[in-house]
Ligand binder design. Sequence first.
Ligand code: NAG
Ligand code: NAG
Length: 277
Amino acid sequence: MKLYSPTLLPIFTLLSVAKGFVIPLPDNLQAFLGIDNENVDLPSPIQDEGFNRPSWFTSTLMARRLLALSPSGVISTTFPGSIPPSAHAPSDVAGLSIGLREYIADCDSSLPDPLSHNDNGDPTILGLRIGTTFKNIAAGSNLSLQLDWWDHLDEAGPVYPGLPLSPAALPRVTLFGYLDTLPSPLPDDAAAALETCFLGPHPDAKVWLPGASYSPHASFWARLVVTHAYWIGGFGDVQQIGWMNLTEWQGIRPYGSVEGVGDGRGWQDVRLPGEKH
Ligand SMILES: *[C@@H]1O[C@H](CO)[C@@H](O)[C@H](O)[C@H]1NC(C)=O
Ligand SMILES: *[C@@H]1O[C@H](CO)[C@@H](O)[C@H](O)[C@H]1NC(C)=O
């Protein structure tokens, strides 16, 4: 009989307490969840691998891949401690945090030197001066950016033995740091390269690019300079959960990594749940 770690969903925790910290076998769990055995596709990879968690370096490769494939993420900022009357926001939201989804892209490598941070995992952001996220940052807020793979639930299929489709089992990462505004205007070659990269996932953003003549809102290029990265790979007994090594985060490239980091693999050498190999 296989024992599973009790560090899972609340439901698992309940069961594990009831059973003396032994999580029931998938059959029992399926019965508990009211799932018909025959209709559940038991996930093969995890079972085949005997529940081995990926290493932290492999998890960091997955996180860099998640960044590379993410067109947007939720940026959390904090309203300033006192809200000026001109701000069109209730005065008692002062000091509260707000998460808003924004366009991002992993475009640092398209910037020429010396603007580039050498593809070190600092996401590129197209900021709108009128947006609440960017107003809060202009007023001094720190920020974090949350990315996840939850939109890929259908391709991923069930990734945990005995459990049906479960977004909670899919990866997410939160990047902490500060916003570094790029020079404005950018040199022509840098602007052209950044636009080509950013408009790939966001063709509509052409309308509000910095300097666009008919743009309804003033915008600017910026990057999130990542200072900490928190990873939740999925359920804790089959994936890593915790703070990533920033030297590894920054050192990973699509193919390979900088000297002194990793084992020769880059983020193109891993796949996220449901991706074709
Ligand atoms: C931003 O974070 C830094 C620490 O990283 C802290 O010293 C500073 O007070 C924070 N700023 C705000 C506005 O909370
Ligand atoms: C982070 O990774 C680097 C490169 O592999 C390593 O030299 C360093 O010791 C690691 N730091 C920690 C705190 O583990």
